[in-house]
Design a protein around this ligand. Structure first.
Ligand code: ATP
Length: 351
């Protein structure tokens, strides 16, 4: 089922949490809302679910499959929720936690006991926790608890799944496994899902589409490839992976590292893997620098340089390339940008 958000604005007092936001999520997509803390991600998710009101402005609407749901209560919207802190019932077993949403049904919607059992066991198998249905939440690992929270959300057969930082409380390894697992699960059940994250790697790896938010606005809405390789503006470029910011010194041929994050100086950006390190400066396009740190653990070599103004320049290269260069800490080198990205002007300094 598709979701459409039209012209949504939300104020908390005088503070604008969402500023005329519109977006469309097609049926079956897994979409990430990505942005820094306070950018409005959770507010948008809560408004979609019906947990939060939005400003009553002409043209503002939330539609599920083309039909406005403004008048519908939360329960009528049939949305499955998973939050960062898996709010499982501590005194209930895994089975009862998952069955909860089905047992509270009344009237014609009430299911026979056998049917509830069948559905719960099916979900337990889906989250790969067979044999653990009689455990209590504190007898499970963090990742297992989060999978139970997901099964509980799925039990009511929601029209969508909304996940707010679902892996936020977990350690890096568990997080990564659960991410892949959720992607596979999504491919299997194809439930339209929106998840909030401030982790760009998580968004790029997991989502079909990434919506980048900042200050209550959508900066870009695109595939992971588009937002990473074709960022629309300086904010998206900076937020999706590390970048080096430079500007060309006016009237002087050489490139200098941006001394003060100058606003409106027609800056350009270079990703760390698009900078070469050379011993000399043949085309006068390099930045004079010194090797400060070399990190060789991991799939790529990471090198930190420092320029004459004590600004750090981050460079990444393959181990093969590093072996050819063979520079060491303290060497005087030149950082030569291979591919630069320009934006008209920065509207604000990038921290
Ligand atoms: P995070 O990643 O930190 O969770 P977020 O992008 O999800 O951030 P929101 O929770 O949507 O951000 O909050 C957006 C802004 O609105 C924040 O500045 C927050 O302080 C403010 N805000 C959220 N809820 C309320 C509220 N009930 N009353 C006042 N301000 C609020």
């Amino acid at each position: 089922m598709s979701i459409e958000v039209k012209n949504i604005t939300k104020h908390f007092g005088t503070f604008t949490a969402l500023n005329n936001v519109s977006l469309r999520i097609p049926d079956g997509e897994l979409v990430a809302l990505l942005g820094p803390s306070g950018s409005g991600k959770t507010t948008l998710l809560r408004i979609i679910a019906g947990l939060e009101e939005f400003d009553p402005i002409d043209g503002a609407d939330i539609l599920f499959k083309g039909v406005s749901v403004i008048g519908n209560r939360v329960a009528e919207r049939r949305v499955g929720f998973v939050f960062q802190h898996y709010a499982l019932f501590r005194h209930q077993r895994v089975f009862d936690n998952i069955a909860f949403g089905l047992r509270v049904r009344r009237g014609a919607n009430r299911l026979p006991k056998d049917e509830i059992k069948r559905r719960v066991m099916e979900l337990i198998s889906l989250i790969q926790l067979e044999g653990m249905e009689n455990r209590y939440p504190d007898q499970l690992s963090g990742g297992q608890r989060q999978r139970v929270a997901l099964a509980r959300a799925l039990a009511i057969e929601p029209k969508f799944l909304l996940l707010d930082e679902p892996f936020g409380a977990l350690d890096a390894r568990v997080r990564q496994n659960l991410r892949r697992w959720l992607r596979r699960l999504h491919d299997e059940i194809k439930l339209t899902s929106v998840f909030v994250t401030h982790d760009q790697e998580e968004a790029l790896e997991l989502a079909d589409r990434v919506i980048v938010m900042n200050h209550g606005l959508i900066e870009q809405d695109g595939t992971p490839f588009e937002v990473f390789h074709q960022p629309k503006n300086a904010f998206v470029m900076d937020f999706l992976g590390s970048v080096n910011l430079f500007h060309k010194r006016l009237g002087v041929g050489g490139i200098v590292f941006d001394p003060q994050h100058m606003v409106g100086q027609n800056p350009f950006f270079v990703r760390p893997h698009e900078i070469d390190i050379l011993p000399d400066n043949p085309d006068n396009e390099g930045i004079s620098a010194t090797v400060q740190r070399i990190q060789l653990a991991g799939a790529i070599a990471k090198i930190e340089l420092v320029d004459v103004n004590e600004r750090e320049i981050f460079v990444e290269m393959s181990h093969e390339k590093y072996q050819q260069h063979r520079f060491t800490i303290g060497d005087a080198v030149f950082a030569v940008p291979q591919k630069t990205v320009h934006f008209d002007a920065l509207t604000e300094p990038i921290a």
